[in-house]
Design a protein around this ligand. Sequence first.
Ligand SMILES: C[S@@+](CC[C@H](N)C(=O)[O-])C[C@H]1O[C@@H](n2cnc3c(N)ncnc32)[C@H](O)[C@@H]1O
Length: 334
Amino acid sequence: MTDLIPGLPRDPRHDPVLRSEVIAALAIAPGERHVDATFGAGGYTRAMLAAGADVVACDRDPDAIAEGQALVAEAAGHLTLVHGRFGEIDRLLAERGIDAVDGITFDIGVSSMQLDQGERGFSFQKDGPLDMRMAQEGESAADWLNRADETEIADVLFHYGDERQSRRVARAIVAARPLTRTAELATVIRKALRHPPGAPKDPSTKSFQAIRIHINSELDELVAGLSAAERLLRPGGRLAVVSFHSTEDRIVKNFLRERSGGDAAGSRHRPAPIPLARAATFETPARKIRPGKEEEARNPRARSATLRSAVRTAAPAWHGNSGPDSSMKEAMSC
Ligand SMILES: C[S@@+](CC[C@H](N)C(=O)[O-])C[C@H]1O[C@@H](n2cnc3c(N)ncnc32)[C@H](O)[C@@H]1O
């Protein structure tokens, strides 16, 4: 299988993580309708189009939508680009007369395009305004860091960045306010963690990730997106989720475990679960897939990626579109 639509140029800006594995999990039949919930630079969308799918792709970043217009033209009627949050993907599709699809894919997190542009404020390696907003609206990282109290900042760094020294970093941030630039924030974090200049692993990585997840409400979005996918997928439809953080992966794992009844055997470390009150909406999820050594060497970002996938059953969705359910909220809780 080729990765690209014949005749379409390869996009050199983006090397999508686990692309072949995602496409294999989606098992696309020509003419099927698939949703790429995180369009980014369109790497997955191109591969879906090449496999013969009609694609509806969504992104909350207006730049991704603007840059994708060239692909819309090239795809000659087989691609629709939608600006919005995937937490509302069922509403966004309903507005376009679509209420069921054959596949939905999420590639959670920040794109290379966003990271590479210093002025978007996502990177500790490129100086820029302390922004980090994917949708380019709402409260920026600077707004939040300059108003939140020390405990709130420490909790975010700990829970969304696994930063063990979160209190020390939060104290240093509060003492250095007001902060306006990414380079300033990175310097404050490195000093707080007594990072020797030139040492290999930059200690700001974890805090930048945590602040970005918080500013973009990424975990709430993931929970809402999974529920929306459950409502949208036809019987036999495929769900694929690539995540980059242990908390995100736990949300996906718990969702699929619960919805597939995969917990039924329990484990010797856990009490036997209460039998499923509702019919399983996903068939036994596939084992999680991690990138191979070759992909990790080619693309360092792939090192933390995990793919989970599953097939929709014919059972009704467990929840309407009134918001996330309690078990998923529990997986997210700090
Ligand atoms: C990792 S990139 C996707 C890369 C893409 N798979 C590709 O091949 O180019 C994630 C993209 O999802 C978008 N995104 C993240 N959270 C979103 C959300 N809740 N709703 C819509 N788009 C979102 C980001 O703006 C970013 O462009």
